[in-house]
Design a protein around this ligand. Structure first.
Ligand SMILES: [Cu+2]
Length: 212
């Protein structure tokens, strides 16, 4: 409760700052009191041919290590978050692991930390991953076996298609494959429809035979 009540004024302050920054732009004099971001890896606007596995931010002063006070959010072009695990603070260096094997594209790093004077500071920047495409024949893609939801029907394994090649739709949005309850229901409906149709044809022919 206490934390939650204090959080919204902080958000409001950040929002006011962002609006002010947008209005005044680079004309505004630099704030003098607290620390800032010195360097980062990947650097702002960097174009990498190897996907990074972590974000490292180096500040001009030690970062206060209160749990939950520091955050580094990394999003891909679709807005999905790609950071993994918790941020760690070592003096003036803040490290945030990323999910492995980021795809090519633009990534936005949004950070908010507590500077040595106790004030929250924040910022964001963009970097790009532009790794060369792997050889078309190779690239054994990991199957979805560990994450696949257990499906009742044993025939599910047969219908699961291996991922190879770029033609297989969106890799992140895999469906389970196999027969879901809805799939089984669909088959039942289809069978009932065929039966009903057959009965209808038989009756129709019987009627015609009576008429003739
Ligand atoms: Cu300050």
């Amino acid at each position: 409760m206490h934390l939650a009540r204090r959080f919204s004024p902080v958000l409001a302050a950040i929002f006011a700052f962002v609006v002010a920054a947008a209005v005044f732009g680079s004309v505004a004099p630099p704030a003098q009191a607290h620390d800032g971001l010195a360097t980062s890896s990947p650097a702002a606007d960097a174009v990498l041919d190897v996907a990074p596995t972590e974000i490292t931010l180096s500040f001009t002063g030690n970062i206060l290590g209160d749990a939950g006070a520091n955050a580094v959010i990394v999003t891909d072009a679709s807005g999905a978050q790609v950071q993994s695990g918790t941020v760690s603070v070592d003096g003036a260096v803040v490290t945030q692991p990323l999910t492995p094997e980021l795809e090519n594209g633009a990534f936005t790093v949004t950070w908010r930390v507590v500077s040595s004077d106790g004030h929250p500071i924040s910022g964001e920047y963009v970097f790009h991953v532009d790794a060369p495409a792997p050889a078309p024949s190779a690239a054994p893609t990991e199957s979805a076996a560990p994450s696949a939801a257990p499906v009742e029907s044993p025939s599910a394994d047969v219908t699961a298609t291996p991922l190879d090649g770029p033609t297989t739709g969106q890799p992140g949005e895999q469906s389970d494959g196999g027969l879901s309850p809805w799939g089984i229901a669909g088959i039942v409906v289809a069978v009932l429809a065929v039966v009903a149709l057959t009965i209808g044809i038989i009756r129709y022919r019987a009627q015609r035979r009576q008429q003739s």
